[in-house]
Design a protein around this ligand. Sequence first.
Ligand code: ZN
Length: 412
Amino acid sequence: MKMVKMALFLFIFVIVAALLASTIYYHNYTPKKLNIKPDEKALAFYRETYDDARALFRSNSDALAKRFNSVEKTMFKLPSKTDNDLSVDLLYIPAQKIKKGLVIISSGVHGVEGNVGSALQAMLMQEFMTDEMLADTGFLFIHGINPYGFKYVRRTTENNIDLNRNCLASPELYQTKNEGYPQVIELINPQGKVKTRSMENIFFHLRSIKKIATASMPVLRQAVLQGQYEYPQGLYYGGAKPESQIVSVTPFIKKYSSGYRVVLNLDLHTGYGENGTAHLFTNPVTNPEVRQMMDKVFEGYKFDWGDTSDFYTITGDFTGYVGKIIDAKYLPMGIEYGTLDSQNTFGSIISLQRTLLENQGYHHGYASEADERRVKEMFREMYYPSCTAWRTKVILDTKEMLTSALNKFKKL
Ligand SMILES: [Zn+2]
């Protein structure tokens, strides 16, 4: 009897110790350290606020308009209930001799990811726009397509809409049912004021692991990230109609892409994947010719077609939409810069928790100022890391990758 008691005690002790250890590990989680020396020149492309990033975009646009022929600088204001100075800024530099390919580079579809996207655009504008590059290739830069989220540090628009789930070319798609979403709704859309030290939040990783154990990681990832059209306050809500910036940007994309044989769209994101790594991903492409072209352009770089279990597919994404409104051969490519090693279980759980707490706080408020500060800081850090090594690596790796990709694109 004594032995049984001892064994039971030991068993409980081991379980409690394991739970405690996992909780301590979870709350001290950091992604893999990057061993790269910060580079002042690379860091100089970053701006901390939407206003400053837009000012840099405009001054780079002015400089390019002076250097090249027929450059068009344009912008449209975004209607808002709270802010009358939100705009989407565009710069079109046509191919200077013969129109072959057009490269569209879009930033800030998820507002808070705009600081990084804008920095990359600045780098491309300052370092890639040469006579040789532009002889047969045009560029369309779209800056901060979700300026509300960019300025107010949210992923979504002012209407809580995830713009990358909202860009639908036909209205019936807003009726899309995400079958897996109800499975996760309770976990990812908590109600009430945010209390970061509540039991629910302290043991969030255990609740998530329980879910992962009952479904599987790829199934859950798909359910969470695919997008949904039924819960307006929920995460990854795609809305009931196209957001006004999508309507407004459409004629510009149509106009500037006309006359080009092939269009490559690089849409810049942050947050998902291995810390400091540029992940190339696209929704499944069925046209074999386009698939071949993309293989050629990104030769030497691994990319995900959205049809493996490591990634996920989404509905209503921006790059998919652009392909539907233009006539040219179209190569859609998202570039996502990882921050929290979300390819690991704990990294993905912590990413989800940060994203949902910010959404909960936005809709239901915070229990204290400290909770609000903590959540907002962690949220921004996930999409715009302050680490100078990270920021440097993103600029340098992209420069190297796009030097290769754009030269191959020119040869298509
Ligand atoms: Zn994004």
